[in-house]
Write a protein that binds this ligand. Structure first.
Ligand code: ATP
Ligand code: PRP
Length: 205
């Protein structure tokens, strides 16, 4: 038996067609149900659909053998006990520093609002810049507008959210896409089954 943890929300929309091409499908009835462990067209594969940030946690602890999660989430989690098997090239966006256009980011200690605390700290420290991190769970764009922070570290795709809030992207921290990850113990014990799946997914990317 293999259990695959999928991120709900925007990654799921792009994950399901990709899995389908590799021969794994979940019926609309299962997807619409309130069940947390979903059956697939294959008896030996179950799927769990959970919050994006919980995917590496389930995979790390072996509660799921495989998972699909954004690189942003994997960087925050630290990915201990988890291997990244392949870049799926879906849910692409950029982790960026953004601020008001007239903001001076070079003076003193920068106040940075973000939910990406680890990535933000690592980025600013690598540049020798002093920062005070203010952890938020969402709506980061609000922080510079209301004077909570000098800048934000958040995901940017079209740039529409920044534009709508009169912010501009300043620095690129990291290109983001979703990755297929595996529990390191499962990778040893279920190696051939997992490799079969990896090949099927790779062949259909
Ligand atoms: P949670 O439910 O854990 O709070 P979330 O609300 O951030 O997560 P989503 O907005 O569905 O969940 O985002 C999940 C993933 O999708 C992110 O981790 C990232 O990899 C990717 N993502 C987020 N925003 C964008 C975007 N604007 N464009 C493309 N991909 C994105
Ligand atoms: C993400 C991100 C930005 C927005 C960027 O938010 O946090 O706010 O997308 O996308 P854009 O550049 O195309 O406008 P999301 O829509 O996932 O909402 P959330 O942060 O509330 O989860």
């Amino acid at each position: 038996m293999l259990t695959i943890a999928l991120s709900k929300g925007r990654i799921l929309e792009q994950t399901l067609p990709l899995l389908e091409k590799a021969g794994l499908s979940i019926s609309e009835k299962e997807l619409q149900s309130r069940k947390l462990v979903l059956d697939t067209n294959l008896d030996e594969i179950k799927v769990i659909i959970i919050r994006a940030s919980d995917v590496p946690v389930f995979v790390q602890h072996g509660a799921a053998d495989l998972g699909i999660a954004g690189k942003d989430v994997l960087l925050e989690h630290g990915a201990n006990g988890v291997f990244e098997l392949i870049d799926l090239g879906i849910s692409k966006c950029k982790l960026m520093v953004a601020s008001k256009p007239d903001q001076d980011l070079n003076e003193g200690t920068l106040k940075v609002a973000t939910k990406y605390v680890k990535s933000a700290k690592a980025y600013f420290h690598s540049q020798g810049r002093q920062v005070e991190i203010i952890k938020l769970s969402g709506a980061m764009e609000l922080a510079p507008i209301v004077g909570l922070a000098d800048c934000i570290v958040d995901l940017v795709d079209t740039g529409n959210t920044l534009k709508a809030n009169n912010l501009i992207p300043i620095e690129l921290i990291q290109n983001i896409s979703s990755r297929l990850i595996v529990n390191s113990a499962s990778f040893n014990t279920k190696h051939s089954k997992i490799n079969d799946w990896l090949d099927k997914i790779k062949d259909n990317l």
